[in-house]
Design a protein around this ligand. Structure first.
Ligand code: SAH
Length: 196
């Protein structure tokens, strides 16, 4: 067994567990703010399922069983180390976006009973910091899990969900908040401050 390989795999799993703990209190807190408008259609549901599969069960099966080992390959150590270091800003951004979005958070396209437009905190710089964090997460997955299936299943699932959802989410926010959202969109980028 290759110990370095295993260390990076375990690091990734630890990160996944930590991010579960980061999200949990916010998930509880949001329960009190009921859903007013649900824009979740069938394709969105399928893509959410695919994203979940690619980010949780597939990496878990890969690390804990030999079933996906036929698709293994090797990456330079420096790439693994980069992935490990990136986990830290990823977790911080994941936390910060949950904190700033507060009770407006949803796993899908939804407007809540008491929904307010968040434009402060991290949202002052980018409109989709949580998606930036999840992009970083799935990139780390590819840098840390040296397997064609488990390394890329996150990018595939979340990538499809992101490109399908992003325009619809912004349209929904514009319908809900009108000029306020249009002005906010003019002042901010989507994922990386001042870039895009
Ligand atoms: N796209 C955001 C939020 C992800 S959670 C991000 O990446 O940080 C998805 C839900 O958040 C959407 O259904 C929408 O209801 C809500 N939302 C998105 N942007 C918001 C904002 N600026 N203020 C309040 N709610 C927002």
């Amino acid at each position: 067994m290759d110990i370095t390989r295993l260390i990076f795999e375990i690091l990734f799993l630890v990160f996944v567990i930590i991010s579960g703990f980061i999200r949990r209190p916010f998930q509880k807190q949001v329960k009190g703010n009921s859903i007013n408008l649900n824009n979740k259609d069938t394709l969105e549901k399928w893509l959410l399922g695919l994203t979940f599969l690619g980010m949780y069960p597939i990496p878990l099966v890969y690390v804990l069983s030999p079933w996906l080992d036929f698709a293994n390959y090797g990456l330079p150590l420096a790439i693994n180390v980069l992935g490990a270091l990136l986990l830290v800003p990823t977790a911080l951004l994941f936390y910060r976006s949950h904190k700033d979005l507060g009770t407006n958070w949803s796993v899908s396209l939804e407007i809540r009973e008491e929904h307010s437009l968040v434009t402060n905190g991290i949202y002052k710089y980018i409109r989709h910091p949580m998606y930036s964090a999840i992009w970083l997460w799935v990139i780390c997955q590819a840098l840390l899990l040296q397997n064609y299936i488990a390394g890329f299943s996150g990018i595939l699932g979340f990538g499809l969900l992101y490109f399908f959802r992003i325009h619809r989410e912004e349209k929904m926010m514009e319908q809900q908040f009108g000029e306020q959202y249009v002005a906010y969109r003019k002042k901010t980028k989507r994922l990386i401050p001042n870039v895009f």
